[in-house]
Design a protein around this ligand. Sequence first.
Ligand code: ADP
Length: 627
Amino acid sequence: MENKQFKAESKRLLNLMINSIYTNKEIFLRELISNASDAIDKLHYRSLTDKNIKLNKTDFKIIIDLDKDAKTLTIRDNGCGMTEEELDKNLGTIAQSGSLAFKEENEKKKDIDIIGQFGVGFYSSFMVSDLVTVESKSIDSEKAYKWTSKGVDGYSIEECEKEDIGTKITLHIKDDTEEEKYSEFLDTYKIQKIIKTYSDYIRYPIQMNVEHSKKKEGTENEYETIIETETINSMTPIWKKNKKEIKNEEYESFYMDKFHDYDKPLKVIHNHVEGQYNYDSLIYIPSHMPYDYYTNDYEKGLQLYSNGVLIMEKCDELLPDYFGFVKGLIDSEDLSLNISREMLQNDRSLRIISRNIENKIRTELENMLKNERDKYEQFFNTFGTQLKYGTYSDYGKDKDKLQDLLLFYSSTEKKLVTLKEYVERMKEEQKVIYYACGETIDKIDMMPQVELLKDQGLEILYLTENIDEFVLQVLMNYNEKTFQNASSDNLDLDTNEEKEKLKKANENSKDMFSAMKEAIKDEVQDIRFTHRLKNHPVCLTSEGAISVEMEKTLNQMPNNQGIKAQTILEINENHEIANKLKDLYKDNKEMLQKYTKVLYAQARLIEGLTIENPTEISNLMCEIMTK
Ligand code: ADP
């Protein structure tokens, strides 16, 4: 018989399993039972669409046998089974579902941690056994096959005898060692307890032969031992149970197992809904981004059950895109079993359920924001960008629903705040909501344009994400207060008197500005004096709908159309440089042009823009310095 080798990364995982010092070895049973249950689900699902498959649903079960003498634990299911190829593919490589996460996490965390936190599936059987056989007959195959492995040395597959469709896995349990009592996995009571703890919600009966001591008939106190087959699990899916009876750990372990996450969820939302439509929903907000969220493989959606029977793995229609990271399931008796994807899209009940679900998630988030601020901030730091995209996309069709869930960094509060909080704090004279954009909070805080606003005690929202300014544009206003970029040209902070003074100053230097503009040609729309800069000499502001930050973002996009912000070079009229420029205009026009180039380059650098001619600027600066 040919001995095949495991794929490299599988081998590595196997090695970890076999040599694991991880104490929670009992989870191997949960993994095997969950696979068995999935296999039955698959067969059942197939039978819904394939009329040739005739099944007696009531026969679905998972059977566990213990043999103390042979030291084996056997788990049988009558699910879909595996073909020869599937045995090779599925058990010869680590599970598709988890492999990417595993690889990534592997770099970061200690190996032991991975075993503890991540469901590693079938291979976990090697934590407790030194020989594993898998006998399987697939619904798609006439013949049955047996997969055998002692661990890292590889595995073999051969034909075998098996009457019924399904899978039988036999674990030869390791000998006890000083540290580890493997023999307890041959103990009926222990196995019963493990099933109760981890697999109680499994929808198919998990059966075992259990010994009972019974009074002998016709005797006073003579007892005999009889063996009865018992169903160990309650089979009530967790979402059908009474909320009060479910411990938090139960919710968490269900989530981690079902949705293959190695971290606990941030929030559990469990609901029984009765009314026009009846359904149970169990929804989880993960505590981190799904590892494959930004890949093409990621499919959003909730699992869809009809009366406890899985009818769809990912029902996309149940979640809006901006809640695409949410995991969970819906179980409704109002949905028909053999509903197709096309029919679902037009299904009225599903549309209403999906609207309810969306509202529910939003309300829960609003409550979290109100009552558990730290937790909400943790949520927002992870998923806030999704909410922003939700606000922005489709021309802001969902903005009213989402705007109160957004957070932005505040210059005065030094933390994330909501728009509502900002507006409530606004002084009566303040007409607009100020914001400034940049790469980091620190960089924005040092921007010349921001200084004057800060000086006047105004609160400014610091926007560090590309999408931020687009979001504000789509919102247009909040509570009738419009948004104002600190870098836009019409800040309007001066008194009338000051405005008049500035206007005069600009008029008087009109010709000088024209001369300066010669030096930087079409780069800027205008050059002018400003009073907005307290101590700083120059800045770049923008006029019109496109700000400098937006220009940067737009130009990073694939279909970059070279959109440009209309910028204005502003020079602080109260700064020494203003007088210097005026002098140069009188005495040395050539030098004035050089100064202009340098000032413009500085303004661009402050904005985080690149300069096209760094060598020229460097030379000019040295020339000016050495004068
Ligand atoms: P996962 O369950 O996360 O996919 P596993 O390593 O536990 O990873 O299993 C790998 C694959 O082997 C499963 O996805 C499934 O296709 C197949 N498999 C495992 N156990 C069974 C079983 N009892 N019946 C049918 N197929 C199974």
